[in-house]
Design a protein around this ligand. Structure first.
Ligand SMILES: NC(=O)C1=CN([C@@H]2O[C@H](COP(=O)(O)OP(=O)(O)OC[C@H]3O[C@@H](n4cnc5c(N)ncnc54)[C@H](OP(=O)(O)O)[C@@H]3O)[C@@H](O)[C@H]2O)C=CC1
Ligand SMILES: O=C(O)CCC(=O)C(=O)O
Length: 477
């Protein structure tokens, strides 16, 4: 079997590789992928630097044509690529196909965005002088992505980078290189010139670290853990590199007494457990007021009893496996932590055997949790949620905001007034009313506050803030 190779300066390079294993069936090897070295990364940065002047001088229409072609190819291949994605990451097939569709939509959005690139012309405070404000590409951008959205997150970083005329060095998570490789191949096929997008699959400690510290890389866009994000910002800032970080969440879903119970349970199941809870927007804290608490917990447990957990590619699966053995071990440790802290494990939390050897676990629900417990404060990143009872709306709001994170925050209520107050007072970058905290649109800003995000927002028109640099010009004609 030939390894899938890295792309540097338009050439596919690399030999011995990393095995990509299916978490639903550890006997199934998705492929072997060449492992990039520090030297490869330096070559990729040099290739991007060399390609940048010509690429940044192309017309927006040229860039738009390439982005639109990528969108069309992704859409045409969404079933095949969605299957590949679910096979390597473990989310259900519907989620995998949905993610490829989302990537296609993102490329379509940024293809259209190339037609809207504009500046401003303003009157000067001084007579006879013209002032223009325009945006120029940042330069070479290093893109470092996590394993939980192997195609959508690369897409929402690469598409705006290319739209605005940047050259890219892309490092995916080593755990899930297949979707990343496919995305890069699609962009190659769409006519991207050599060196504009370079693909270096290798360990974060080598490839990622080289990118972050190289002064030829003008900006780093990263999604992943807080610990790695913190390391990146310190290193990049010391050389005045621009940084955009999307990190963790400990997102609350508040359920008020007046909530529609079915909607609240749907929001909790979707937000906490779909995609195996491996979303930075997952609702891992369910903050429920007294009057509905017992009914909500009973209805949620009834729904959890019916959830089908299994092989990601099997029909009917609603929750796939955990991504790998270490993430599974970490989830199980949190189950022990929750019990030791005195929360009641009301459902699930154990390893599950299926026909194939995989990393399956029963989605877990703790009740009787308090907001100071570790299971309520630390990002678990698995199918584990806890219910925290609140006296009333005010206490629920206080608990929701009492966290180091601030990505998404949700409320289920039939009161317009409570929904409005929550929208105003929630300390989060995204607020959802009667909707799951996870699952966002592709054309509007994405990001959070506190330890969840750092730097400009991603997605939609807001993406321009990171991928461009503003130039103000004064002219005396
Ligand atoms: N906000 C989110 O969407 C995500 C949050 N997480 C959180 O992080 C936890 C751990 O997951 P993990 O995958 O280890 O997350 P990491 O933050 O370690 O990985 C994210 C990306 O950063 C890379 N990376 C790792 N170390 C460095 C470094 N020193 N310099 C530059 N890049 C680096 C990784 O490479 P590689 O892995 O290939 O070595 C990967 O591509 C999860 O349990 C979850 O809590 C994880 C994924 C996504
Ligand atoms: O909830 C979503 O749609 C996006 C989640 C996400 O970006 C993440 O988990 O990294």
């Amino acid at each position: 079997m030939q390894p899938y190779r890295n792309l540097i300066g338009g050439e596919w390079v690399g030999t011995s590789g990393v095995m990509n294993i299916n978490p639903s069936d550890t006997g199934d090897v998705v492929g072997e992928f060449a492992r990039a070295t520090e030297a490869d990364t330096l070559d990729a940065i040099a290739a991007a630097r060399a390609a940048f002047p010509a690429w940044s001088s192309t017309t927006p229409a040229t860039r738009g044509t390439i982005l639109r072609s990528a969108s069309t190819l992704l859409m045409a291949r969404r079933e095949e690529l969605g299957t590949q994605l679910s096979r390597e990451e473990g989310k259900t097939l519907a989620e995998g196909i949905g993610e490829v569709t989302r990537a296609a939509q993102i490329f379509d959005f940024f293809a259209a965005e190339t037609q809207r690139l504009a500046g401003e012309s303003l009157a000067s405070v001084r007579p006879g002088i013209e002032v223009t404000v325009t945006r120029e590409p940042l330069g070479v951008v290093g893109i470092i992505t996590p394993w939980n959205f192997p195609m959508a997150i690369p897409a929402w970083k690469i598409a705006p980078a290319l739209c605005h005329g940047n050259a890219v060095v892309f490092k995916p998570a080593e755990l899930v290189p297949a979707s990343a490789w496919s995305l890069v191949s699609v962009l190659q096929e769409s006519g991207l010139p050599a060196g504009v997008l370079n693909f270096v699959n290798g360990p974060g400690s080598v490839v990622g670290n080289t990118l972050v510290n190289d002064p030829r890389v003008d900006g780093i866009s990263f999604t992943g853990s807080v610990a790695t994000g913190q390391r990146i910002v310190v290193a990049a800032a010391s050389r005045f590199g621009k940084v955009q970080l999307e990190m963790g969440g400990k997102n609350p879903l508040v359920v008020l007494d007046d909530a529609d119970l079915d909607i609240a349970v749907d929001c909790a199941v979707n937000g906490a457990y779909f995609s195996t809870g491996q979303r930075c927007t997952a609702s891992s804290r369910l903050i429920v007021t007294r009057g509905i608490h017992d009914r909500f917990v009973d209805a949620l447990i009834r729904r959890l009893e019916q959830l089908t957990v299994g092989h990601a590619l099997h029909e009917g699966t609603e929750v796939g496996p955990v991504v790998n053995d270490s993430q599974l071990a970490s989830n199980l440790t949190y189950i022990d932590v929750g019990k030791a802290e005195g929360a009641h494990l009301a459902f699930g939390g154990e390893v599950l055997e299926r026909l194939t050897p995989g990393y399956f676990m029963v989605p877990a629900l703790f009740t009787g949790a308090t907001n100071d417990m570790r299971i309520a404060r630390e990002e678990i990143f698995g199918p584990v949620a806890c219910v925290i009872e609140a006296r009333d709306f005010e206490e629920a709001l206080h608990l929701a905001n009492d966290t180091e994170y601030g990505l998404a925050s949700g409320i289920c209520t039939t009161s317009l007034k409570m929904a409005s107050v929550y929208r105003q007072k929630a300390q989060a970058g995204m607020v959802m009313v009667n909707l799951p905290t996870a699952g966002v649109d592709f054309h509007v800003p994405f990001g959070g506050r506190k330890r969840s995000s750092y730097g400009p927002r991603e997605q939609g028109r807001a993406a321009a803030e990171f991928y461009t640099s503003i130039k103000t010009a004064y002219t005396l004609p």
